[in-house]
Design a protein around this ligand. Structure first.
Ligand code: GDP
Ligand code: ADP
Length: 193
């Protein structure tokens, strides 16, 4: 268990957290820890693949490491899901808002490494969300939420633990992620401090 590592992917909505998580799975077989939400599924999202989609009642019965309200919906993550992912591989990832990332930094210490995603001009995020197929009303609500504004800045508590990826251009972002994974691998085998 002592070599288990968790890559926490965080950043504002639309900056590419899910895209990065899928890339880590496809390219490096780094699985994502499944989390729970009361948000309704977007077109194409599946229960047990994208999230465990819960009702407010079923959400309340879970035992979470942490849970947050984000733009009016509940999100939570459990040790059960984390241990399930670690049982399959030593390296896994999780997608969290910055509040959740701060809790993980406190709870799991040096077992985590953080990828903070950002883009130079956040005004293009709206187009990315609409292009993703999000409901326009949900997009407005989300972009007006305090959680969205908060997550546009890397919290001071996370700055020492984080690698910042600017995702303006996906090919460039991928190169930085590849370098980050190479660095993680070298640290894991003791070839870098
Ligand atoms: N703290 C915390 N955040 C979560 C959890 N699951 C998802 N999130 C975050 O909740 C926010 C909203 O997620 P989602 O509705 O899928 O929107 P998206 O960020 O636009 O893809 C994102 O910042 C996610 O990273 C969780 O279990 N805990
Ligand atoms: N570098 C990029 N350039 C243009 N579109 C991108 C880029 N990275 C991700 N996207 C697209 O932007 C949308 C939001 O990305 P997503 O990974 O779902 O963000 P998040 O999980 O942070 O909300 C998706 O449709 C995704 O395909």
């Amino acid at each position: 268990m002592k070599h288990n590592k968790l890559i926490v992917i965080t950043g504002a909505t639309g900056t590419g957290k899910t895209t990065v998580s899928s890339y880590l799975t496809e390219q490096y077989r780094i699985r994502r820890v499944m989390t729970h939400t009361t948000r309704p599924p977007r077109p194409g999202e599946q229960n047990g693949v994208d999230y465990y989609f819960e009702t407010p009642e079923s959400f309340a019965t879970k035992h979470f490491i942490e849970h947050v309200t984000y733009a009016g919906y509940e999100y939570g993550s459990s040790y059960e899901s984390l241990n399930k992912a670690w049982a399959k591989a030593n390296f896994c990832s999780i997608v969290l808002d910055t509040k959740g990332a701060i809790t993980y930094a406190k709870e799991l210490g040096d077992k985590i490494s953080i990828l903070y995603l950002t883009i130079k001009d956040p005004s293009i995020l709206k187009a990315r969300l609409l292009n993703r197929g999000d409901d326009p009303e949900m997009v407005e609500k989300r972009l007006a939420s305090p959680e969205y504004t908060r997550d546009l800045t890397l919290p001071a508590e996370l700055s020492d633990l984080s690698t910042v990826i600017v995702n303006d251009d996906w090919e460039t972002a991928k190169r930085h992620i590849d370098a980050y994974i190479k660095d993680c691998a070298l640290r894991a085998v003791g070839l870098r401090d």
